[in-house]
Design a protein around this ligand. Structure first.
Ligand code: SAH
Length: 508
């Protein structure tokens, strides 16, 4: 208790080196009940999704054009939230106590009587080396490993390069990108063998990462040629050569591909995992937030009077899911639709129906409202039709059907547009570090392109390939002035992932 407020332990949590799968279980637990998450640039922002939606998320990392928040300000921020009784997670890249200033934060808390716990993380040296196929120790090649940092006052004062040059094991240098030549020369100048194997691992454990291999004499020049950027590590030692045998990550079917996923927020994690399992990096850019309706009374009334309808029309897989989940929730089952005929706008919608063991009686030849209205007009003349759809969207279907049938329209779910994209996604398209964007509906395609600044849209057309779920989406994409590079032959998410595994990888 401080001033009558119950204080929770502040958690200094190691986020791991990049791959979100490398967070510890304790980290997951603490994030799941966090009220405030204070995070760094190096902590994968994907992990923020593990915190409750209402938790406050505070970015204290460096971003282009903006400096990192000073340490003192971060310390104060942690305290400010902790002393009002909030559960604070301080999420830090890698491990909090390895070159992460975690000790300073813990000391600051200690001095103010605020309890804390420290959750270790996979530090960059361990993550990057494992994914790069470089064992840091090896019975035959290295019995010791040293982590050193090439940055900061302390490094300048205390790093003894003469001793490091003689160190009988693997050296891992953190934060060394800008001073790579300096560090390498310091080792060489102090007698380290110029033929010692060396590697630079950039963005280790992430699909966008790279491994550059050479010997001590050449590694710095190679890194400059390859335009290596932070975060990157220098690894020096004979173990680097084991990579030729031990590399595994780069052999995954989608290794190296950086893929933007634009699906509705609720579907991102499972979509991302299916890509990551194949070695890709999945980047979230949800354009739509799907939510249940505020009020179910209309939906419930329609379900209860289902036998008064001749047709029910679904225009999206989301509509099917929300409607049928409500049917089940009310204690009915698919037999509610036993006496009614079912129309689905396209294969994805029909597939969603199939998950409830329902078969569409009508799927138009072209998967568009116009065709659906046209084909229904021929068979539903004078009939009672229920349109189960989102709270908003085109009114064409209702307008056309109104002329020939008795139509009731209900909103079975709500679509809320994202108002913006994560600036990091825009930044990455601009700098050319995105390979694919997957678009799974026309609305998503439209929205995604709308949310991009004009200059980014141009960059995207030049540098990013587009994969779509179906011909309808492809058509929308083309209407928007973009080319489609890949279209799923099965109109499902798995269909797209499959198609991607068959595309040859870009040369980098
Ligand atoms: N606490 C962190 C280190 C922070 S210092 C940890 O335990 O990993 C930041 C430095 O870590 C970077 O400059 C870089 O040298 C290294 N680093 C962090 N993430 C990395 C990654 N994914 N790949 C390569 N190096 C990384």
């Amino acid at each position: 208790m401080i001033n009558g407020v119950e204080i929770h332990r502040v958690a200094l949590v190691g986020a791991g080196p990049g791959d979100p799968g490398l967070l510890t279980r304790r980290g997951v637990e603490l994030l799941a009940r966090a009220q405030v998450v204070i995070y760094d640039q190096l902590a994968n922002a994907r992990l923020l999704a593990l915190a409750p939606a209402e938790a406050e998320r505070i970015d204290v990392g460096k971003r282009a054009g903006r400096c990192a928040t000073p340490q003192e300000t971060i310390n104060e921020l942690i305290v400010k939230h902790a002393i009002i009784g909030r559960r604070v997670v301080r999420l830090k890249g890698g491990d909090p106590y390895v070159f992460g200033r975690g000790a300073e934060e813990a000391e600051y808390l200690r001095a103010r009587g605020i309890p804390f716990e420290v959750v270790p993380g996979v530090t960059a040296a361990l993550g990057a080396s494992a994914y790069a196929g470089i064992p840091l120790t090896h019975r035959d090649f290295a019995s010791a490993v040293a982590f050193v940092t090439g940055h900061g006052e302390m490094a300048e004062k205390r790093l003894d390069w003469a001793n490091l040059a003689r160190f009988p094991g693997t050296l891992v240098v953190y934060m060394g990108v800008r001073r790579l030549h300096e560090h390498v020369n310091a080792l060489l100048g102090n007698g380290k063998d110029a033929t010692t194997s060396a590697a630079i691992v950039e963005r280790g454990t992430l699909a966008g990462g790279r491994v550059i291999v050479g010997d001590l004499a050449s590694i710095a020049d190679r890194a400059v040629q390859a335009n290596v950027k932070a975060p990157a590590l220098l690894i020096v030692g004979e173990v680097v050569a084991r990579r030729s045998v031990l590399d595994w990550f780069e052999e995954s079917p989608l290794a190296g591909l950086r893929i933007v996923v634009t699906r509705p927020s609720a579907e991102f994690e499972s979509a991302a995992r299916s890509l990551e399992a194949l070695g890709a990096e999945a980047i979230a850019a949800p354009t739509v937030v799907v939510e249940p309706p505020d009020d179910f009374s209309q939906v419930d009334a329609a379900i209860q009077s289902m036998n008064s309808y001749d047709w029910i029309v679904f225009t999206s897989a989301n509509g099917v899911r929300h409607f049928l989940d409500r049917v089940l929730r009310l204690g009915f089952d698919a037999r509610v639709l036993g006496g009614v005929r079912i129309a689905a706008i396209g294969p994805s919608t029909a597939e969603a129906l199939a998950r409830y063991s329902l078969k569409a009686d009508l799927i138009p030849h072209k998967f568009r409202s116009e065709e659906l209205a046209g084909e229904l007009a021929e068979i539903a003349l004078g009939k009672r039709v229920l349109l189960a759809r989102a709270d908003r969207g085109r009114t064409l279907l209702k307008d056309e059907l109104d002329a020939i049938a008795h139509v009731d329209q209900i909103a079975v779910y709500k679509n809320r547009d994202a108002i913006s994209l994560d600036p990091a996604v825009i930044e990455r398209i601009d700098e050319g570090t995105i390979d694919w964007v997957i678009l799974t509906s026309s609305a998503i395609a439209r929205r995604f392109l709308e949310l991009l600044p004009e200059s980014t849209r141009v960059r995207m057309k030049e540098n990013v390939r587009i994969a779509t779920i179906s011909p309808v989406t492809s058509a929308a994409v083309r209407e928007l002035g973009c080319e489609v590079d890949l279209e799923a032959s099965t109109y499902t998410w798995e269909g797209i992932v499959q198609a991607l595994t068959r595309v040859s990888k870009p040369a980098r």
